[in-house]
Design a protein around this ligand. Sequence first.
Ligand SMILES: Nc1ncnc2c1ncn2[C@@H]1O[C@H](COP(=O)(O)OP(=O)(O)O)[C@@H](O)[C@H]1O
Ligand SMILES: [Mg+2]
Length: 428
Amino acid sequence: MDSRQSYLASVLVEHVGVGVIILDSQLRIQYWNAFISHCSGKALEQARNQLLTSVFPEASTPHLDGMVAQARDHGQHVYTQWRDNPYLIKLPFKPSREPGALMLQSTLLFPFRDMEEQLCFGLLLYDTTEFARANAQLDAALDALSSKQIEQERLIKKLEKANAQLLQSEKLAAIGQLAAGVAHEINNPIGYVFSNLKTLAGYVQDLLRISDAVDGAASLEEIRQLKRSLEYDYIRSDIEALIGESEDGIDRVKKIITALKDFSHIEEDEFQLADLHRGLDTTLNVVNNELKYKAEVIKDYGELPEVECIPSQINQVLMNLLVNAAHAIEQFGRITLRSKQEGDWVWLEVEDTGKGIEPHLLNRIYEPFFTTKPVGKGTGLGLSLSYNILQKHNGRIEVSSQPGQGSRFRIWLPIRQPAEGSLGTTEP
Ligand SMILES: Nc1ncnc2c1ncn2[C@@H]1O[C@H](COP(=O)(O)OP(=O)(O)O)[C@@H](O)[C@H]1O
Ligand SMILES: [Mg+2]
C-alpha cells in the first residue's frame, strides 16, 4: 500500500459510521475511531493500553470470552447480535453527540496480524437501533394483521350464519311461490266442479218433479209433456258430461296434492336413493301453471340409475331452474329437459329459448341477491341456493348461454356420495 492509500484507509476508518476498536492479543485497547469516542464520551488517550474490560466493565461477559476464544483458536470472524444483552459496550451518545443511547449493537470480532506479525483483534460495532425499530414496527404490523385476521374469521362466521338464514328465507319464498301456484292450479278445477254441482242440483230438482208426477198424472201423455218441457233428453246427456268433467277436476286436484307431497318430502331431509326423473316430473307438475303459458316442455331423458341425494333439495334446484327458464322466455318458447349418466356421474339439464345471459353477468348469477328481475318477482337467491345445495351433494352446476338465443343449466351429481372424510369422487 503506498502512503496515499494508507492515508485514505486511515481516514476511512476514522470517519466510518461504525465503531472500530483495535485490540492487541491481550485485549488491550490500541486504537478506536471517532465513532467510539463520540458515542462513549471517553478519550482514546486515556484508554490506550488499557484492557477492553477495564475501560468498559460491562463487556466482561462469558459471551465475549467465547468470541475471543473462537477468533484466537480458530482464526474465525465471529459475528454477534447482542439481542439478550443488547450491547457489548455502553455507548450513551449518538454519533452526532446528541443524547440517545446506541443500545442495540451487532459486533464483528476478527483476528489479524500487525506489521510485526503480532496477533491483534479488530472489533467492529454496528448500530442496529434503526433496524430493531423497523423490526418492532414489523412485529406490530404482524400483530395488527393477525388480529385483523381473527376479526375476519369472526365476520366470515357471521356471514355464514346470515347465509344460512338467507337460504332459509329463500326456501320460504319458494314455498310461497309454490303455494300461489298451487292455489291457482286448484282454483280452476274446484271452480268448475262447484258450478257443475249447482247445475246438477237443478237437474235433480227437475228429475224429482218428473218422478213425483208419475203418482198424480192423469195420463202417460201428461208425463211425456212434462219431460219434453223440462228438456229431459238434454239433462240426461248433460248429467254424464258434468259428472265426467267433475271427476276429471277432482282427479287433477288429487294429482297436484300428490305432487306437492312428493315435492316437499318434508320428513325426509337426508340422503337416500332417488329416481331423478320422477323428481323432475313432480316438480314439473308443481310449477305447471308458471310454465304452461310460456313454453312447450320437451323431455329428452336418458337412462339414469338411482342417485344418492336429498330429493326435496334437488327438487328445489330443479324448480328454480324451471321457473328461471319460464321467466327468461318473453313470448312463448321451448324448455328442453335432458339427462344422462357419464361414468360415476349423472347430469340433468334445463335448456330454454329465452333471452339468455350477458357474458359479463355469467359469473354473478350465483351471488346471493343478484337478480335482473323487477322487485317482487326475483329474490336473487334461487341460484345461490342451488349452488349451495349442489355443493352439499358434492356436485356442481354449469351454465352456458347465448344472449338472445337461450340458456342451458346443467347440474352434475355423483351417483354415490363419497364416504365421510374421503376426498370426493373423481370428476368426469
Ligand atoms: N334461464 C335463464 N335465462 C336468463 N337469465 C337467467 C336464467 N336463470 C337465471 N338467470 C339470471 O340469473 C339471475 C339470478 O337468478 P336467481 O338466483 O334464480 O334469482 P331470481 O330468479 O330471483 O332473479 C336472474 O335474475 C337472471 O338474470
Ligand atoms: Mg330464480
